[in-house]
Design a protein around this ligand. Structure first.
Ligand code: IMP
Ligand code: MG
Length: 193
């Protein structure tokens, strides 16, 4: 794949005056990969009820694009999980702040994440979701930093291996900013708050 064009990012009015260090994945590349993931996921579920379960907030852009590339019946629901403490370093204390109303028992659940970093969020959620007796549970993440230790559950569908930088855009935030960037980028000023 060609190097992402950085030229469009400086001066992007969405950036709060901050500069992009580089665009890690531009909109075209994301679109192409999400299309591939949609086809793979369509083929992976020949039968049964499919519930695409988005982990808010970070997955909202990715999920919206992904479900439009899945060519089979499905339902969509969301849950919110948040780590306590510092926004940059996810602590192990993951709390689920919303339980999906949808019945999970007997369904194929596809949990959609924005990024897997330490893996702690997923490890906790997988344990909680398995208690609901789904027919199957798979994880789809846009980005995977590949630094997580032992994951309680394999991540079956991965968009991209992510660089070990703090990334924003396409749903990913820093302090709730930058979610609406149509690309994934790292920032020049590494946020420390
Ligand atoms: P984990 O529990 O360490 O795997 O962290 C996963 C969560 O931390 C993600 O769902 C994101 O909300 C957040 N996160 C981890 N790395 C980044 C990043 O580079 N940019 C933005 N958010 C991140
Ligand atoms: Mg976040």
């Amino acid at each position: 794949m060609n190097a992402a064009p950085v030229a469009s990012a400086p001066g992007d009015p969405r950036l709060l005056g901050r500069d992009v260090r580089r665009i890690a994945f531009d909109a075209d590349r994301i679109r192409a990969r999400v299309g591939e993931l949609g086809r793979t996921i369509t083929e992976a579920y020949p039968d049964g009820d499919l519930l695409v379960l988005g982990l808010l907030k970070g997955s909202f852009v990715f999920l919206a694009d992904l479900v439009r590339e899945i060519r089979r019946p499905l339902h969509v629901d969301f849950l919110v999980a948040a780590s306590y403490g510092d926004a940059m370093i996810s602590s192990g204390n993951v709390r689920m702040v919303y339980d999906p109303e949808t019945e999970l028992e007997g369904k194929h659940i596809l949990l959609v994440e924005d990024i897997v970093d330490s893996g702690r969020t997923l490890n906790t959620l997988v344990g909680l979701l398995k208690q609901r007796a789904p027919r199957s549970l798979e994880i789809c993440t846009l980005l995977h930093k590949r630094i997580a230790g032992a994951l309680a559950h394999p991540v079956r569908f991965v968009g991209f291996d992510a660089p070990h930088e703090f990334l924003v855009g396409y749903g990913l935030d820093h302090a709730e900013n930058f979610r609406h960037l149509p690309y994934v980028a790292s920032l020049k000023q590494v946020p420390t708050d």
